[in-house]
Design a protein around this ligand. Structure first.
Ligand code: ZN
Length: 390
């Protein structure tokens, strides 16, 4: 009898989840849902009129170093305060909540409305909501819509071609943005890790400078082809994953094995580059991390002899000369043995292959302000580089 009751409940629950207009849960005053792109909420329980407990589970049981993404929306029948306990039973609370009234403009929740427990398995948040709704999310929502709008803007740029280089596990397109064919190639990858939104924000700023109408950018594009894959893991982003794709794989550990359609798409793209005799010269892979409050760049160590030689040191030094009030970290590391993008591109092509990391909670205005400096100095130094090895 108990089993039967549970089954009936399960059917009712799944029926509710399927109806788009139904909230995930509600009481007399509040309704909570998470049906948007990147939405993530697993359990919801009202404890009192103005108190709710929300549970977030990791995306699958293979994800390691688990930390939890969360993203939901609350509406109230009239302006009211709600206290929310966010629970992460199999993860920890890496992200400080971001709040939005429209799903587009976000602010970091004030220090005095958030409490994190010392073991980081839960977090408390107090917010005021009204009938227009409030979004609460681990990071700003940068979803497929953002990329679609960006691709649409780029379509009017006469030098740029966009195409689909493959499909994800759940059949979402993997988009490529490219400039005209030149003998040398610079590769930029983004969003292998879906939760790493600050990396996506920086990548957008960075790419906009490379595609800009400045003398430096035009000269750069005369010599180098840009191959840009801004959203390598569209399923992870759509489903509100922290790290994996829909195949339960960390795509940044699949460079070599190539077991997933997303990494296979980029590998096919690079095979095409090789076939045409074009030479990759630099790879930048955009991520975010809890390890820094600003930015950190994981590069090859000087003894690893990339070509162009000592690119990373020259780049970091040049940027450092222009930015005196913002500390960022250059962290050179020997190949680690992990099947990540950095190791793959370095070992395959001998080029500088750099993980470009933005701090989870980095000041967004400063990221926006300083990213163009990184883009400009990258172009300048690449333009000084000698020809590729043949
Ligand atoms: Zn990452």
């Amino acid at each position: 009898m108990i089993a039967r009751l549970i089954l009936v409940n399960a059917i009712i629950l799944s029926a509710c989840a399927a109806a788009a207009e139904e909230p995930f849960c509600a009481n007399d005053h509040f309704a909570i849902d998470a049906q948007h792109d990147s939405g993530d909420l697993d359990k919801c329980k009202f404890k009192a009129d103005n108190t709710v407990e929300l549970t977030f589970r990791r995306e699958d049981n293979k994800v390691d170093g688990a930390f939890s993404w969360f993203s939901f929306r609350i509406t109230a029948e009239e302006t009211r305060d709600i206290r929310i306990k966010l629970r992460f039973p199999d993860a920890y609370a890496r992200y400080w909540p971001k709040i939005s009234k429209d799903g587009r403009t976000w602010t970091r929740a004030d220090d005095d409305v958030v409490k994190r427990s010392w073991i980081g398995k839960s977090m408390k948040l107090a917010v005021t909501v009204d009938e227009s709704g409030t979004w609460v999310s681990a990071q700003e929502l940068i979803t497929q819509t953002f990329y679609d709008q960006w691709l649409e803007e780029l379509a009017s740029h006469e030098e740029i071609r966009t195409s689909v280089i493959g499909k994800s596990v759940q059949n979402r397109p993997i988009h490529l943005v490219r400039t005209a064919n030149k003998p040398e190639v610079v590769v930029l990858l983004g969003r292998q890790h879906p939760a790493e939104v600050p990396g996506a924000l920086a990548m957008r700023e960075f790419v906009d400078v490379l595609l800009g109408d400045t003398e430096l950018a035009r000269e750069f594009r005369e010599r180098f082809t840009l191959l840009i894959v801004p959203l390598v893991n569209p399923d992870g982003v759509a489903n509100g994953h922290s790290r994996h794709n829909a195949g339960r794989v960390d795509l940044n550990r699949d460079w070599g094995p190539f077991t997933q359609p997303e990494t296979q798409s980029v590998a096919r793209l690079m095979a095409g580059v090789d076939e045409l005799g074009m030479k990759p010269r630099l790879m930048l892979d955009f991520h975010a991390t809890k390890m820094t409050p600003t930015m950190v760049f994981y590069t090859q160590v000087p003894e690893d002899n990339t070509n162009p030689p000592q690119f990373a040191t020259s780049w970091m030094t040049a940027v450092g000369k222009r930015i005196s009030d913002y500390e960022f970290t250059h962290d050179p590391r020997s190949p680690s043995g992990l099947d990540n993008t950095k190791n793959y591109f370095f070992s395959r092509y001998g080029i500088p292959a750099i993980t470009y990391e933005i701090g989870d909670e980095a000041d967004r205005d400063k990221v926006r302000k300083y990213t163009p400096v990184f883009a400009e100095e990258m172009m300048r130094i690449m333009l000084q580089a000698g020809p590729p090895e043949t």
